[in-house]
Design a protein around this ligand. Sequence first.
Ligand SMILES: Nc1ncnc2c1ncn2[C@@H]1O[C@H](COP(=O)(O)OP(=O)(O)OP(=O)(O)O)[C@@H](O)[C@H]1O
Ligand SMILES: [Mg+2]
Length: 284
Amino acid sequence: MKFQGSDQYVATPDLMLAVNAAVTLQRPLLVKGEPGTGKTMLAEQVAEAMGLPLLQWHIKSTTKAQQGLYEYDAVSRLRDSQLSGVGDSEKVRDIRNYIVKGVLWQAFTAEQPVALLIDEIDKADIEFPNDLLREIDRMEFYVYETRELIKAKHRPIVFITSNNEKELPDAFLRRCFFHYIKFPEAETMQRIVDVHFPGLKKELLGAALKTFYDVRNLPGLKKKPSTSELLDWLKLLVAEDIPLEVLQSKDEKVAVPPLVGALLKNEQDVTLFEKLVFMQRHNR
Ligand SMILES: Nc1ncnc2c1ncn2[C@@H]1O[C@H](COP(=O)(O)OP(=O)(O)OP(=O)(O)O)[C@@H](O)[C@H]1O
Ligand SMILES: [Mg+2]
């Protein structure tokens, strides 16, 4: 089945091509892009469109590769051995009762094919991707405690997202198909907004998009607002019933857009924006 986007997710042709290429190659799809450009949502939507359950592994700075495979719960075993009556000692003796399966194990042993999301891989330390090379390549790993080899019954469709906080090792990159989600152009953005706010008035959307791209194109901005911030802002504009005129900068009235806190997230950016508005007003 080819991925074509969905009624909740707008996929550009190059993104669809990338998803289908990764599926064909049976390699993980490594997705990069600015925050809020739909990387995580892509995995959810592809899984839904293909009718596959999605297993998610959200990576933090403390996450270790081993946790995705399995963990040996020695503490519970010790506690059980101390507390156990005669009947429980069977359980304590069998180490398998204390092996906690990780997400990769679950994905490998699932009865039906699944999709697997490894979200924000760049949050973990540099060894993390290297530690998963074999698992991702061969789709198998060895459990030392029980001396068994866990092999994938079906190759999962793997999505890996990164916000580029750290470089990924070459050996890891070699095993992935890469796609960078470019920031949507106005036309694509309009389609994305349509998906979320089908009934939005054309004029309001046009004016809001213009302000949004003006803000994004400000030189020297520390944090550019993203798709999800635009959607937040539009939601507020609709909820507060902000009139169109406030957004359309007439010659005599250039103002800081209302609720700009949805778009700009630090005081330097707000000050920069206010300065620009002030200068525009004086140049008139
Ligand atoms: N192509 C799109 N179609 C529809 N909605 C989108 C699209 N891109 C982004 N969105 C909206 O933006 C929100 C943020 O998307 P998502 O959480 O997937 O971003 P992300 O790239 O994973 O961000 P981060 O890097 O911060 O995790 C989504 O909940 C969705 O509402
Ligand atoms: Mg995300």
